[in-house]
Ligand binder design. Structure first.
Ligand code: ZN
Length: 152
């Protein structure tokens, strides 16, 4: 199959869909790890919340506001990481980072839907938008566990 144009449109469609209807967006009362990230180049800001149990991401969510790329990236990231171990999450970050910077890892099945961001590397300014949620995720993983946030 040689339908680069069609593939590009499909990718575009996935990004627009996740921007319009972000998955796992909002509060996560059981969260015991969290971090905030900011991309001053674009104004994107994101908070990543993790419910991390025995080294596994039992659940996660994100909050914040930003451009379509940053929101879609955060949304797709949360889908990709639910149920994964922290180690798997770090490995996937490396694959994703390779995809949007050097193109290394393109075609890797581990990336799944995250492959929609392969075009981002042609736009260096956008790389930070696409990786913001991931850098924030790493910060959240590294953070010392805290008591779940309570709003009561
Ligand atoms: Zn952005």
């Amino acid at each position: 199959m040689n339908d680069q144009g069609g593939l590009r449109e499909l990718y575009q469609e996935v990004i627009l869909d996740h921007n319009r209807r972000p998955r796992n967006f909002g509060a996560l009362p059981a969260a015991n790890h969290q971090a905030e990230g900011y991309n001053p180049l674009c104004g994107d800001q994101v908070t990543v919340l993790l419910d991390l149990v025995d080294g596994r991401i039992r659940d996660l969510a994100f909050q914040g506001s930003g451009c379509a790329i940053s929101t879609a990236s955060a949304s797709l990231m949360t889908e990709a990481l639910k149920g994964r171990t922290a180690e798997e999450a770090r490995a996937l970050f490396n694959d994703f980072h390779g995809l949007v910077t050097t193109g290394e890892g393109e075609g890797s099945e581990d990336l799944g839907k995250l492959a929609v961001f392969s075009g981002v590397r042609e736009f260096p300014m956008r790389v930070k938008c696409a990786t913001l949620a991931w850098h924030t995720l790493l910060a959240a993983l590294d953070e010392k566990a805290r008591e779940p946030v309570s709003t009561e």
